[in-house]
Design a protein around this ligand. Structure first.
Ligand code: SF4
Length: 417
């Protein structure tokens, strides 16, 4: 908490906290933005995993049908003032378990294509137990080019500690590999109690040997509202595991593509989080534009009601000061281990060197940043610092925000200090 406050004060040059207000605008200003990603949240799962903090409920066909209708309305509402079709860099379906609405995905994609030209890939998160030939064929037919499999671990003991049932993950991965997607991502969690570097290395090896083109590793984080029987290993163990898994990936000739992701060379890369700006649809979906960050209500019932009343389902909005927006930009760029000074200037309106010249000089001297033309590349040393800050930020900000949002559909305001 102290660290996030200190960083916020230093980087925004202000004691002003991040204030999310319950008041909202019924129109969004995104038409002139470059590099706009799209995100759709499907909040249904067959069963609920104890470690998972995301917004989801047990699947119910009637509810899912009503949700789809509301989702299509939200897309139309958000886009009703557009003057023409807008270019979008990518589309990602997360959840929850999007495959539970497999017969609706094509309609949702078609609705988005009424308003956007999607230039990059279309990605979908998949729970391994939902992978069948039929599902994969439907995804291909809908234009999906990237899938992300929530494996978490191939190791039975680690799965049990996460409260997850084992499945025939390798066979499922083969099915996905043979279906021929451009990107096959496998999610793996590290720092699960009892997990060793060897077990983790084996997980990574198994993923790549059986069809993954990239892996996304995440440290096990114990959200206050999760129901974890086992707790994550201590921070120093997490850091050591990240260091060792990075070394292992390099030893098998796999490149680091962000703080926590690693990919085979010469393959398409995909990240659901590194966008300069994005529009999110569905419950709990977030939207990041030039001047605002907003979050939709977490309540499916209230979401449907609000949209049916011809209003956006926004629950909280942060109206950025210029420096706050710059900090957001730097935070998410840093995750991809690259900060592009030209893009920064385009988004923020002031050169990076003018706003953060002192910090950059210090970071270069400390071996945290390396300049390469107009891009600053984060070193491995920086990745460990980021890994730590991201977890502190998750605990201090995201945990608090999600915890309140899970209980109150439309909070008056949330102040993050
Ligand atoms: S981990 Fe995946 S399947 Fe489990 S509750 Fe979370 S979203 Fe649902």
């Amino acid at each position: 908490m102290f660290l996030t406050s200190l960083l916020r004060i230093l980087l925004t040059r202000s004691f002003k906290p991040f204030v999310f207000e319950g008041t909202y605008k019924n129109s969004l200003d995104f038409e002139t933005l470059e590099d706009l990603g799209l995100y759709v949240h499907i909040p249904f799962c067959r069963s609920l995993c104890s470690f998972c903090p995301y917004c989801k409920e047990k699947y119910d066909k009637g509810k899912a049908d009503s949700y789809k209708i509301a989702l299509l309305k939200e897309i139309d509402l958000a886009c009703e003032n557009m003057t023409g079709k807008k270019q979008a860099t990518s589309l990602y379906f997360g959840g929850g378990t999007p495959a539970l609405m497999i017969n609706d995905l094509e309609d949702i994609i078609c609705k988005l294509k009424e308003h956007f030209i999607i230039n990059g890939g279309i990605g979908v998160e998949l729970h391994p137990s939902d992978i069948t030939m039929d599902i994969l064929q439907k995804l291909k037919a809908a234009g999906v080019t990237m899938v992300s499999l929530g494996v978490q671990s191939f190791n039975g003991d680690c799965l049990q500690k996460l409260g997850r049932a084992p499945d025939s993950f390798v066979e499922k991965l083969h099915l996905v590999r043979d279906a021929g997607f451009d990107v096959v991502d496998v999610d793996l969690i590290f720092a699960i109690p009892g997990q060793t570097d060897e077990i983790l290395a084996k997980d990574i090896e198994t993923a790549f040997k059986n069809g993954a083109t990239q892996i996304s590793t995440y440290p096990f984080i114990d959200f206050t509202f999760a129901d974890n029987e086992y707790k994550p290993m201590p921070e120093e163990v997490k850091k050591k595991m990240l260091k060792n898994l990075t070394g292992y990936c390099r030893s098998i000739n796999v490149e680091r593509t962000s703080v926590w992701t690693f990919a085979k060379h010469d393959t398409e890369k995909y990240s659901s989080v590194t966008r300069d700006a994005f529009l999110g649809f569905g419950v709990s979906a977030t939207t990041l534009l030039k001047d605002i960050f907003k979050i939709n209500t977490f309540s499916i019932e209230e979401y449907i009601k609000r949209v049916n009343g011809h209003s956006l389902p926004t629950s909280l909005t942060l109206n950025f000061t210029k420096r706050q927006r710059a900090v957001y930009y730097l935070f998410w760029s840093s995750y991809s281990m690259k900060i592009n000074a030209d893009k920064f200037k385009k988004m923020i309106g002031t050169p990076l060197s003018e706003m953060y010249g002192l910090e950059i000089t210090f970071a270069e001297k400390a071996g945290i940043l390396k300049r390469n033309g107009s891009t600053y590349e984060l070193t491995d040393k920086a990745a460990y610092i980021y890994h730590y800050i991201e977890q502190v930020y998750t605990t201090a900000y995201i945990d608090k925000m999600w915890n309140i949002s899970r209980n109150i559909a439309f909070p008056d305001r949330i102040v993050l200090k």
